[in-house]
Design a protein around this ligand. Sequence first.
Ligand SMILES: NC(=O)c1ccc[n+]([C@@H]2O[C@H](COP(=O)([O-])OP(=O)(O)OC[C@H]3O[C@@H](n4cnc5c(N)ncnc54)[C@H](O)[C@@H]3O)[C@@H](O)[C@H]2O)c1
Length: 273
Amino acid sequence: MDASSGGFAGRFAGTTVVVTGSGSGIGAQTVRRFAAEGAVVVVADINLAAAQHVAAGIPGALARHVDVTRRASLRALADAVAAEHGGIDVLVNNALSCSLPPFLELSDAQIQADFAVNAIGPFMACQEVIPSMLARGGGVILNVASVNALSTYGNPAYSAAKAALISLTRSLAFEFGGRGIRCNAVAPGTIDTEHWAPRLALEPDLFERAARWYPTGRVGSTDDVASALLFLASHEAAWINGITLPVEGGLLSGDLGLTRELAPDPDGKSTKG
Ligand SMILES: NC(=O)c1ccc[n+]([C@@H]2O[C@H](COP(=O)([O-])OP(=O)(O)OC[C@H]3O[C@@H](n4cnc5c(N)ncnc54)[C@H](O)[C@@H]3O)[C@@H](O)[C@H]2O)c1
């Protein structure tokens, strides 16, 4: 379903949705999809020009600068949305920092950046937004984690920070579920976004190679993740709280590499195991 198909037209009418890191990738498609279903969306990104570009394509959307690693910036965003729209109904913590070096080569700055953007930023954003959600009678918080938090795929600082984000998801669900706020996470697998552009420039067949490890035979799209986020934000998910929903084509359901390695030869006579 694309952003214009309006499968649930009006499902989010009257709601204000803020998505961090929505100047690109999953966040950009998520604001398009929320807007297509009636929400007022705030495109919030450290790259204001990117946020403005995305917002320009969405009727009624607002672009805002935010650096999720800075509390003052998060507070300014929450205050501005409260002044203009009365408050935030749905907050999606989606901004990304993912350092590539292996464990022993990660610098202090890379470790701190991955934790600041993926874990501490969402933690502070929730502290800034939840009081007004409580005052308004409730809200929804969605955290974009990763399969990296649930198994091992490299990027150790990023993965540990995403695991912290999943823990935060449970804590918020537990503490605020009785006061009208639901908090859930999604854990995407490999998603075709701008994040991968530098790697794809060097390895154009990267997604074809990655797709071999996905039981569904492809990597994911931004719509795959946006669909899950919209469901978790919707009334259909009213009794879903504190979960992490994998959006990964079955990647975590087993080990496709080992399964293929142990499979009998086509003649059925021998196994490799
Ligand atoms: N693409 C994937 O394969 C994949 C897989 C699993 C999880 N995810 C998660 O999905 C989310 C979105 O990833 P994406 O692939 O769309 O990334 P992307 O690189 O396309 O977009 C990330 C956005 O975050 C913004 N950003 C970075 N630092 C920021 C900060 N301090 N404050 C505010 N904004 C900041 C960037 O400017 C950018 O617009 C991330 O949380 C990522 O961990 C992505």
